[in-house]
Write a protein that binds this ligand. Structure first.
Ligand code: TYM
Length: 332
């Protein structure tokens, strides 16, 4: 059976982008066809200016939302990254294989470090080494596939490079993984600035649909989405990004095809209304389940404790093997 690993970072409230690009497929497809692990990657949330209490709260909320989205602990392993020491242990070894040039070339590092500097802040060293920790997350489990949105492609490519390099230098140790993406909505764009990704850590509220938004808020945000100045409804990501984004969201929510859907609409208003309704319907069961689970935090904690135990048992032999391969003395 294939091994699948993916994760979500608790740096903000989860968005429709996270759901359509990742969580929904994890729940509907990946957990049933693979030996799958899904992780709240809390160590990654410490790479930018953070408030400890908020990270803790968002980690709990993200874990609850993973379960609300349909991840079933009987079918997959759900856990929190910092509960399994192997991630940090392996990350250091991979830092001894990666180069600083490689890290500085990462798009997300360049964007995020520029933003931190613009704000007059300093850039944490952990932001530079972020992709190495992410590689450790993936490689510690002998992962074959990493289901992610488009924005993570470069990080998964780097993970492959590090795995191949380690294997060549120190003997076969790691499985070389590959990224998989959903057929539509692999990059949901911000509704107000449809040339940039709908990101949970961004500040522009009206352009972001959060998974826990009330139906009225969802409707308002979708109806006010920035579209383009044309009149007919066509699917063209380059020339008509706002419209293409709505068509992709609608397609992802209804199981349709964005190009075919474009042909079915005569006006932007009708498209927006149907998209808003479709998003509300897709979120409704997730929100209902979230309410139930949020009322039973002890059960969520139990799932995370069991998940961490299972994850640890899977990661430890792989990481121990890497320690020996790279030249460290096995403890007596
Ligand atoms: P994160 O927390 O930013 O996002 C979690 C998942 O959601 C996807 N995603 C999107 N998909 C479509 N449209 C969007 N607008 C959108 N925004 C986010 C992301 O691609 C991702 O699949 N570095 C990762 C977390 C991570 C990880 C890992 C992932 C750490 N270690 C190991 C996979 C494997 C991140 O920041 O995801």
């Amino acid at each position: 059976m294939k091994r699948v690993f993916s994760g979500v970072k608790p740096t903000g409230h989860l968005t429709l982008g996270n759901y359509l690009g990742a969580l929904r497929r994890w729940a509907e497809v990946d957990q049933h066809r693979a030996d799958a692990l899904f992780c709240v990657v809390d160590l990654h949330a410490l790479t930018v200016d953070h408030d400890p209490a908020r990270v803790r709260r968002l980690s709990r909320q993200a874990a609850t939302l993973l379960l609300a989205a349909g991840l079933d602990p009987r079918s997959c392993t759900v856990f929190v990254q910092s509960h399994v020491d192997e991630h940090a242990r392996l990350s250091y070894l991979l830092e001894c294989v990666a180069t600083d040039g490689e890290m500085r070339r990462m798009i997300q590092y360049r964007e995020k470090s520029a933003r931190e500097r613009e704000r007059g802040g300093s850039v944490r060293l952990s932001l530079l080494t972020y992709p190495v920790l992410m590689a450790a997350d993936i490689l510690a489990y002998g992962t074959d596939e990493v289901p992610v949105g488009d924005d993570q492609t470069q990080h998964v490519e780097l993970t492959r490079d590090l795995a191949v390099r380690f294997n060549q230098r120190y003997g076969h140790t790691f499985v070389v993984p590959r990224a998989t993406h959903p057929p539509v909505a692999a990059r949901v764009m911000n509704l107000q600035t449809p040339t940039s990704k709908m990101g949970k850590s961004d500040d522009s509220g009206p352009g972001i649909v959060y998974l826990l938004d009330e139906p009225e808020a969802v409707r308002k945000k979708v109806m006010r989405a920035v579209t383009d100045s044309g009149r007919e409804v066509v699917y063209d990501r380059e020339e008509r990004p706002g419209l293409a984004n709505l068509l992709e969201i609608l397609a992802a929510c209804t199981g349709g095809d964005p190009e075919a859907l474009a042909g079915a609409y005569g006006s932007y208003g009708a498209l927006k209304k149907d998209t808003a309704d479709a998003v509300v319907e897709v979120l409704r069961p997730v929100q209902a389940r979230h309410r139930e689970l949020a009322a039973d935090p002890v059960e969520v904690e139990r799932v995370l404790r069991d998940g961490a135990e299972k994850a640890r048992a899977m990661a430890r032999p792989v990481v121990d093997r890497a320690y020996r391969a790279i030249g460290l003395l096995a403890p007596a």
